[in-house]
Design a protein around this ligand. Sequence first.
Ligand code: ASP
Ligand code: MG
Length: 462
Amino acid sequence: MNHKIAKFGGTSLANFEAMSRCADIVLSSQSTRIVVVSASSGVTNLLVSLSTGSLSATQRNDAIAKISGIQSAIATHLELSSQQLSLIDDLLEKVGDIATSIARLNVGEEQVRTQLTDQLLACGEQLSSTLFTQVLIERGVNAHWLDVRDVMRTSSDFGKATVCIDTVAQLASERMTPLLEKQVIVTQGFIGCDTQGNTTTLGRGGSDYSAALLGEATHCSQIDIWTDVTGIFTTDPRITAQAYALEEISFNEAAEMATFGAKVLHPSTLIPAMRCNIPVFVGSSRAPESGGTIVRNETESKPVYRAIALRREQTLLTVTSMDMLHAPGFLARVFTILAKYNLSVDLVTTSEVSVAITLDNTGSNSGGNSQISQVMLDELEEVCQVTIEKDLALVALIGNAIDTSYGVGTRLFATLHDVNVRMICQGASSHNLCFLVEERQATDVISRLHHAMFEQNARGVA
Ligand code: ASP
Ligand code: MG
């Protein structure tokens, strides 16, 4: 069966009206057979606040009241079955119970906390999926609520579980595929379950990734990601009003964008889609008629400049040692230390006796730990001198054949004639050119580059 998957993000499910728009979207496409939902907007953040264990009993009750307020505002528009009502009540009660248990934990019970946190966070998607299933049913859709934990098998790394792709494929073919012919499956993004039956989560914003994984597992023809923007933009429209939505972008370009700071898609989302060559559409559930961006393997156009991404809060670590002069193995020593402390290195430039490295400081990068600890610095200082610079931002120019097109440098440096470019990386990929500037100049730099490369007659041409 040639089905599509629709994933709705939190803002798309924020209230009954928003959910109704999503129902229109499902109804408008016969082939949409799997719906993956996030928690209603704000709910995961409230659950995260409860998971810290640092709220007072009053603050806890406030947070729980807010969550239940969001759900009941939606529920009043629906004729929920007694089974659905008791499921919602149970979930809200569970939120209260887990929050209290977490608040009572002692120092040193970190393992228990992370495990309970995943159970707590999972309630958001369970609530929204129950409600959205009913919205669809009342609109005449033969919707079937599925607990994704029956399919999404993961490791036991609570908070950032790794998905067991083969098991998911097998479980999906047993438990989802047979239903697709007649029903629309509504299920939860973001959550999974380990082999012992413990609830896990895939990391914040992980619902996109869930949708892509289920798309891969059920061999879907397209994954539609419905969010609050009309696609992937040339750059963040909050930086420049001249930014515009792209009609298409390749997997490689989009992966660079997600990695280098664009928030539209979760960075892991594209991995399953690329693996199976499934196109991903990104559009706004508020304005589906405005279209959106299609992300696919081969794009019709391959402009040199496709987009500009910004990642703030960059730290530049420069390590220097005279031992490096003609000596093999120095880089290996430095990187071994960084790996030991689980630091995720982004950019690297080298000179004869120095190496400059950026580390992701936003915590959004895949699994790396962005904190530079004193112990790690001590260890590095045994082999080299270390300098740390902060308040930098990484600007990534994304496109095609950037490494072999003439004129990129001319355009770039002419635009940045009065800007201090602290570091520049180009050549490893034909899809990007990255550089570091002072954080305070970053948005101005992007507006100017956007003007020079994407506006007037420039639209993407080198
Ligand atoms: N609800 C989760 C979060 O806010 C997952 C998601 O929305 O993708 O992080
Ligand atoms: Mg979300």
